[in-house]
Design a protein. Structure first.
Length: 72
């Protein structure tokens, strides 16, 4: 079974957050940068971000980007 692209992106970003490579308040790369880094389309990046938001790991700020949430 092949892992869907959005899941692969979400898993990698989640690991970066949990390992501390991306810390609280850090801004995630732009959609275009994530697309280029992972070789995926816009939809996969969007779905990955939605998944991470639902897990409470990141939040979006309109016009500014997506950021790692503060540790709880």
């Amino acid at each position: 079974m092949v892992t869907p692209n959005y899941q692969r992106v979400a898993d990698d970003l989640r690991e970066q957050i949990k390992s501390g490579a991306l810390g609280p308040g850090d801004k995630l790369p732009s959609t275009a940068q994530l697309q280029a880094s992972y070789g995926v389309g816009n939809n996969a990046v969007h779905m990955a971000i939605v998944l991470l938001k639902s897990e409470g790991l990141v939040y979006g700020h309109q016009g500014k980007g997506v950021f790692v949430t503060e540790a709880k």
